[in-house]
Design a binder for this molecule. Sequence first.
Ligand SMILES: *Cc1c(COP(=O)(O)O)cnc(C)c1O
Length: 351
Amino acid sequence: MPSPTGLIDLRSDTVTHPTPEMREAMYRAEVGDDVYGEDPTVNRLEEIAAAKVGKEAAVYVTSGTMGNIVSLLSQTTRGQEIICEAGAHIFVNEVANLAMFGGCQIRALMGHYGAMDPDEVETAIRTENVHYPRTALIAHENTNNAAGGTILPLDYLAKIKGIAERHGLKVHMDGARLFNAAAGLDVEAREITKHADSVQCCLSKGLCAPIGGFVAGTKEFAKEARRYRKALGGGLRQAGIVAAAGIVALEKMTLRLGEDHANAKRLAAGLAEIPGISVDLGAVQTNIIRLSTVEGHLTAPELAAKLKGKGILIGPQNARAIRMVTHYYVSAADVDKTLAATREAMAAGAK
Ligand SMILES: *Cc1c(COP(=O)(O)O)cnc(C)c1O
């Protein structure tokens, strides 16, 4: 799709605008008061979402962060601990909200492409001891953003679920980009989420909805999540206006993510050939590319400034690291333009 801003915006897949079909669906959406459970469009979105992830019930939420926190609050009590990978969004990027609102702490384990070592996970589960918190839950992030959009293997997920069951723990999946994982593995999303008790999914990233996401699990989980959503100010009224776009995201936009993955792979392969740029191609499994510029060449902010002058936006993370993300508004031609501009900038900037 031609970019709605005229820029090639590779900073994130959150920059995606709603599609014309979404705007039409929003205009026509039937609505009601969702706090009374009377918004037919929200109810339909929740049914479609629950079916896609193979769970009894889903709850529409305002954002991925809200989805994660209501899922965690619903499955923990104060003084408990949860286990997740050290780069996880819930650990790094969610304002310590589980400590803030839930009185729990996070035990973060180093991962490999987003996957923890199952033996280390099992060892980290607390035994009963007067000194220790109790472990409540193990959290996954799939795809894993910090590791570069990597997909957690299904046998790994099965192994962690087995460990959790043996110890009476719940498993949560931060599936902000769950449908990218499903497209990357070429399986239905429920084949992934069957290894988790609860799942959070964003509809406002590569799926192009303007706002919102959902959480899903058992009926009992959904009831709790709805209470916490209300407590956090997420009880919305005629939310069908935005949920209508979410339905298009779920039914249509999930089917085309393979294009973004193909573009990301081609972009990454081209970048890897440019002198002064280093990319771990093995980590480029979906729509995210993490690259770095090497010593003696432009820094990440310098490259970002040069590309910005050509209408290309990228996300420098620090002096050397850069994230690029493909999405609906990044075309194959945009990949070519980005490669040409990067090649030129790096050649001109070699020190
Ligand atoms: C974006 C993201 C979130 C949070 O979503 P928001 O809608 O920005 O609150 C959670 N987890 C991961 C892995 C994400 O990439």
